[in-house]
Ligand binder design. Structure first.
Ligand SMILES: N=CN[C@@H](CCC(=O)O)C(=O)O
Ligand SMILES: [Zn+2]
Length: 406
């Protein structure tokens, strides 16, 4: 089956060769994009959708979420709004509720969160374990995550459970727990922060997970200055996420990590990837943290991603549009930079920005022939309306791997 989407007012492809096109059309064939060009030259297809001059973007790629949880932390949020500061300790509340929930309920709730994200234009997402924190419950979280998300990250190193020695728990994460989750995950993460895991413990987790063949990412520099960025770059992590407190040396490390990367080269031959800095605007607002310096990072040549960080503690939203709006209005990014970070940037953080037409691992996060047909049509003639009309629901239609979801 093929579908023609035509009369697209603004097609923001985030593909280097295609750029942003006016009066464009796209043909989807099965799960892939088969043709992109001017609407006047569009070929026939089995079905046609008239965009009526509206904007079309790649679907959002949400590269950082924590969707496998039960329970409610409204009281913690209210206390924060009354002046308390966020601390890692709140994670334990979600751990208790998550352990007590049935498989059925955990799965149903996670699926509901994915559906909520898709209804707002997210077409590819990662999620993490991290509210199990023992072998049985981390394995269960990983298994459930693998049924609801496109990619799964092992975050056994989220918090040291009450009553456990931090080094003994780190040892468990690196051995028995890692073995238990390994069939379900392709990434590992560590919360390298005061109140969570220190740099030595974090390094041990990253080394063990790297040796087990997992890609790496780090929760770093969220609550204060620290070693998260340094560890992430040293280990060649795909991303370091939060990055609220960065020294000049941290920015230089991230920038240097991209020195072998040519963003203007054809997709698939851009060179050596560095560590993506993932900014989490909704989390920064919900924790009243200083906003991550997204513009400074972009200006320094760092590839950035924008993600929701949807979780019950610091960022209970799956709205990537809200994150993009905030990144423009409050972090100083242009609309194009913010949309890029929430699409191509997320794909880069998940290692899915390129992919051969034939191998089934289609690229996501940008629109080009052979890429996965993940498209997001707005109720507006341009992506600028995401920031120009903050808070207004903007999703008109969503295609995920060629299937119309909204
Ligand atoms: N910072 C660590 N982990 C989550 C928050 C987890 C929680 O508080 O439940 C985050 O990314 O913000
Ligand atoms: Zn997180």
């Amino acid at each position: 089956m093929s579908e023609l989407i035509t009369n697209i007012g603004e097609l923001m492809t985030q593909d280097h060769e295609q750029g942003t096109r006016r009066n464009a059309a796209v043909v989807l064939e099965g799960e892939r994009i088969a043709w992109i060009g001017d609407a006047v030259h569009a070929p026939a297809a089995d079905t046609a959708t008239d965009a009526q001059g509206r904007a079309v973007l790649p679907g959002w790629v949400d590269s950082h979420s924590h969707l496998i949880f039960a329970g409610d932390r409204t009281a913690e949020f209210e206390a924060r709004m009354a002046g308390e500061s966020y601390s890692a300790g709140g994670i334990a509340v979600s751990v208790n509720a998550t352990r007590a929930a049935s498989d059925y309920d955990l799965t149903r709730m996670a699926m509901g969160r994915v559906a909520e994200a898709v209804s707002q234009g997210t077409t590819y997402l990662e999620t993490k374990t991290g509210y199990g924190l023992d072998v049985e419950h981390e394995r269960r979280s990983a298994r459930i995550a693998s049924t609801v998300a496109d990619q799964v990250t092992f975050l056994g190193a989220h918090l040291v459970p009450a009553g456990m020695d931090a080094d003994a728990y780190t040892e468990l994460v690196c051995n028995g727990m890692l073995d238990a989750v390994r069939p379900y995950v392709s990434w590992a993460d560590v919360f390298c922060e005061r109140g969570a895991f220190n740099p030595e413990q974090s390094a041990a987790v990253l080394a063990a997970c790297r040796d087990a063949g997992l890609g790496l990412r780090v929760h770093g520099n969220q609550l204060g200055h620290g070693d998260g960025v340094k560890l992430a770059v040293t280990f060649g992590a795909a991303s370091v996420d939060h990055v609220n407190y960065l020294s000049d040396a941290d920015v230089a490390l991230l920038s240097d990590s991209w020195s072998g990367w040519d963003a203007a080269a054809p997709s698939g031959s851009r060179g050596v990837r560095g560590t993506v800095a993932t900014v989490l605007p909704a989390c920064d607002l919900s924790t009243r943290a200083p906003l991550a310096p997204a513009k400074q990072l972009v200006d320094a040549g760092v590839q950035i991603a924008i993600a929701s960080n949807c979780n019950p503690g610091t960022s209970y939203t799956s709205s990537m549009a809200f994150c993009v709006t905030t990144a423009v209005l409050q972090m100083g990014l242009s609309v194009h930079q913010a949309v890029r970070a929430a699409t191509y940037g997320g794909a880069l953080a998940l290692g899915r920005e390129s992919g051969a037409d034939e191998d089934g691992q289609r690229a996501v996060g940008s629109l080009a022939v052979g890429h996965r047909a993940d498209l997001h049509m707005l109720k507006a003639p341009s992506a600028t309306h995401l920031a120009y009309r903050p808070g207004i629901p903007m999703t008109a239609a969503v295609w995920r791997a060629g299937l119309r979801e909204v």
